[in-house]
Design a protein around this ligand. Structure first.
Ligand code: SF4
Length: 295
């Protein structure tokens, strides 16, 4: 789970109820309530995953690139920023505990470089008027629900209008999943409008692997839809916490789910998830595992 997805929690009868939602946590709950319980209610430690870590690395490299004066945002500088990002994150558990062979490690780094190179096929970063990167934003909906998120990049277009950009390092969505991706994007429009007092003219997703740009223009209707949906999701989360009713819902996402071995849909036992994942985390970090036995 990334920092963007960190959720504060308040004690209530049943499971603790999150006091805020993020685009990621809302997406997880609507895709699979059980995965939401494991990840966002129980906050079980997930093993580092190469695709997620690669995404973190490329985001950081592009962040460094955007800190540069426009004229310096060349491919050569971007590759140098990627090398800097690799050095900066090397000791972080998300990277240090990746269980990769030498060959896998080499492709991890070459894939990250490919993503950075493909970014340049989507746009010329020298033409981007950056206002901020990695902006932590939050807003409260009409129903009193706090939404938090991180905007990868906020910029001004040639007409002086705000544009929100989100980098995607996974594969571009198929037609069916595109709608789901755009649902998250409209949340960023709402966050931008509330935080900066202006609605963005566009929100764009840059799918680096393709490479492809998907653009949407927020409207009164789409922002109203975000509020209605967020309020409804939080209501459903509260009910699920109260009743301890988080049902698994299978989909293509199961192939990427860290909790699959504990999922009843895959003959797993949910009650084993916590002790198993906590013990594995302790082992990865070289910490003694409980219970300790003293002679
Ligand atoms: S494996 Fe699929 S159904 Fe089971 S918890 Fe994960 S996402 Fe949900």
């Amino acid at each position: 789970m990334t920092a963007e997805e960190t959720i504060e929690q308040a004690r209530e009868p049943g499971h603790p109820v999150p006091v805020s939602l993020s685009p990621s946590s809302m997406g997880t709950f609507t895709s699979c309530p059980l995965a939401f319980r494991f990840g966002y209610i129980e906050r079980l430690p997930e093993p580092p995953s190469a695709p997620a870590s690669k995404g973190t690395l490329v985001h950081l490299a592009l962040q460094y690139l955007m800190w540069r004066p426009p004229a310096e945002r060349t491919l050569e500088m971007a590759l140098s920023d990627l090398a800097r990002a690799e050095a900066d994150v090397a000791a972080h558990p998300e990277f240090a505990h990746l269980d990769l062979t030498d060959e896998e490690r080499a492709s991890f780094h070459s894939d990250a470089e490919v993503l950075v190179r493909r970014y340049f096929e989507i746009e010329d970063p020298r033409e981007v008027t950056v206002l901020g990167v990695e902006l932590r934003v939050s807003a409260i909906t009409s129903g009193g629900v706090t939404i938090r998120g991180i905007i990868d990049r906020l910029e001004l277009d040639a007409n002086g209008e705000l544009v929100v950009t989100d980098y995607k390092t996974g594969s571009a969505p198929s037609e069916g999943w595109e709608q789901k991706s755009m649902a998250g994007v409209h949340i960023y429009s709402l966050l931008c409008e509330r935080m900066f007092g202006r609605r963005p003219a566009r929100v764009q997703l840059l799918y680096l692997s393709k490479p492809e740009r998907i653009i949407t223009a927020p409207s009164d209707q789409s922002l109203r839809g975000v509020e209605v949906k967020t309020n409804a999701v939080m209501q459903a989360v509260r009910q699920a916490c109260k009743r301890d009713d988080f049902r698994p819902r299978t989909s293509a996402l199961c192939n990427y789910c860290s909790f699959q071995e504990f999922c009843p849909e895959f003959d797993g036992q949910p009650e084993l998830a916590r002790p198993t994942l906590v013990a594995r985390q302790a082992e990865r970090e070289g910490r003694p595992q409980l219970p300790l036995v003293f002679a």
